[in-house]
Design a protein around this ligand. Structure first.
Ligand SMILES: Cc1cc2nc3c(=O)[nH]c(=O)nc-3n(C[C@H](O)[C@H](O)[C@H](O)COP(=O)(O)OP(=O)(O)OC[C@H]3O[C@@H](n4cnc5c(N)ncnc54)[C@H](O)[C@@H]3O)c2cc1C
Length: 457
């Protein structure tokens, strides 16, 4: 007789209540799998400010698959206005290329702009009973009875059939499970900040910048980015007039709004090779980081400079851009990983969170197959990991190509020549509609515009 797996009552521990871990927890809960999430933050409001995360069709599809239907509607209702333009400008705001994304094939799975804080509050909604805060994971043991035990710094522990590392780029589980999995410094440094969106600050933006995602290609390998985040609620947190009655109702009833600090803002970022920044960037305070950002972009368009001058120094933060180094496939077991814990990528393509969400949906489908007796546990985890390694390796590699301090664009002479070539090529595409359409199609394909859900049915 072939060895047919039996139905199981699976139990799963997830370490990390971030984007990927919480999306997985929703999927497992919906599939009737016992799940517990352990998070080091002390409360659901800790550690997060309202910075933008771009959720693409892959990310939307994963959220739609895993979240209870009403919560996915709340996610859609709490997004900021979606970008209508993708702009590339010179540092003097000269247009190099401006693309207008076509309407998504499926309007429920398009490009969305969400605040990190809002997304976390949406994802925590409905998981209050299974999320344990103030639990710092320290190590795990794979036991002789086939279970896995996770230990926490407060001396407590938890036991389950499966342990999932969703504990981000410094994952302690990865360090114990796959010590060979290293991280590389890309030698790119970045600074980000926010400006409240007011009539005065919005007047510093062209209509396309106001309604788009804007990248700035500047000399010496410097890059910049601008996003405008306008939410469906006002300064006091009440649903704004003018949004649809159904959305206004959803937002008003959503308990997560009480914990959300997101208000309309313009977010900006700059980056360049590490040699353009001081060594102590990571320990500089907001005032010093803002002063540095203003110095580094002192020759940019006057409206950019005015935006930075209006920024709140408390909102300014440094980022050291690191990336995972690909490793050989490993033998599957009852410990597995998702998101940044296994594939940290540069923000160059804006797909780190989307890939974490894709992992969460894929792992849910595989674990559901185990629960229903259609697959064995280790085989299911092996199948998930093989697929996850395939698409995440590509995303890590493509993201690195966008942000790598070792590439020629950061060198003094050749960098200037390359920038001139890039700008000329973009201007050419900008005035050639068939090239523009082709570029848009390839961008949309990369962000999952036409992909179907992966994994077993
Ligand atoms: C500047 C910037 C902009 C970005 N913009 C985008 C974007 O537009 N789109 C996009 O798709 N991606 C973006 N990303 C990437 C994205 O933020 C990450 O890829 C995503 O958050 C990864 O999700 P995760 O669930 O794997 O990890 P995280 O969201 O990092 O969650 C990990 C969780 O684990 C917890 N944790 C860690 N250690 C422990 C421990 N020992 N015990 C218990 N809990 C622990 C943490 O507190 C955290 O809550 C951006 C990244 C940066 C730096």
């Amino acid at each position: 007789m072939p060895n047919v797996p039996e139905k199981r009552n699976l139990s799963v521990i997830i370490v990390g209540a971030g984007t990927g871990g919480l999306c997985l927890a929703h999927g497992l809960k919906r599939a009737g799998i016992a799940v517990n999430v352990f998070e080091r933050d002390r409360t659901r409001k800790d550690g997060l400010q309202g910075f933008r995360v771009g959720i693409d069709p892959d990310g939307c599809r994963a959220l739609d698959a895993n979240l209870p239907p009403a919560l996915y509607e709340t996610f859609l209702a709490t997004c900021a206005i979606s970008p209508q333009w993708f702009n590339m400008l010179s540092e003097h705001y000269g247009e190099l290329l401006s693309l207008k994304p076509s309407p998504p094939r499926d309007p429920r799975h398009g490009e969305r702009s969400v605040s990190r804080m809002t997304l976390r509050q949406v994802l925590l909604t409905g998981l209050e009973d299974v999320t344990h805060f103030d639990k710092v994971f320290s190590r795990y043991e794979q036991r002789a009875d086939g279970k896995v035990e996770a230990f926490f710094e407060d001396g407590s522990s938890a036991v389950a059939d499966v342990l999932v590392a969703a504990d981000g780029s410094n994952s302690r589980i990865r360090r114990q499970y796959l010590p060979q999995a290293g991280m590389d410094d890309t030698l790119i440094r970045s600074i980000g900040g926010k400006v409240p969106a007011t009539p005065e600050t919005l007047a510093l933006l062209t209509p396309k910048i106001h309604r788009g995602v804007t990248l700035i290609l500047a000399p010496r390998g410097f890059g910049g980015i601008l996003h405008v985040m306008e939410f469906p609620w006002d300064e006091a947190g009440a649903p704004k007039h003018g949004i649809g009655a159904t959305d206004a109702d959803l937002i008003a009833q959503w308990p997560g709004l009480r914990f959300d600090n997101s208000r309309d803002y313009i977010s900006w970022g700059i980056w360049a090779a590490a040699d353009k920044f001081p060594e102590d960037l990571r320990t500089m305070n907001g005032e010093a980081l803002l002063a540095l950002s203003r110095r580094l972009t002192a020759t940019w368009h006057p409206d950019w400079r005015k935006l930075l001058a209006a920024s709140d120094p408390n909102s300014v933060f440094p980022v050291v851009i690191r990336t995972s180094v690909p490793i050989e496939p490993w033998a599957p077991s009852n410990v597995t990983l998702l998101g940044d814990a296994i594939h940290t990528m540069t923000p160059g393509r804006g797909v780190g969170a989307n890939t974490a969400l894709r992992d969460a949906a894929l792992l849910t489908r595989h674990l559901q197959a185990v629960q229903e007796g259609r697959s064995g546990l280790v085989a299911a985890i092996g199948a998930y990991e093989a697929e996850m390694r395939r698409y995440s390796a590509e995303a890590v590699e493509r993201s690195r190509r966008q942000m790598d301090g070792r590439t020629a664009i950061h060198r003094p002479v050749i960098g200037r020549v390359l920038l001139a070539c890039q700008r000329t090529a973009m201007r050419l595409v900008n005035v050639t509609p068939p090239l523009k359409r082709k570029m848009l199609r390839s961008l949309e394909a990369l962000r999952g515009g036409e992909r179907k859900a992966e994994g077993p049915a």
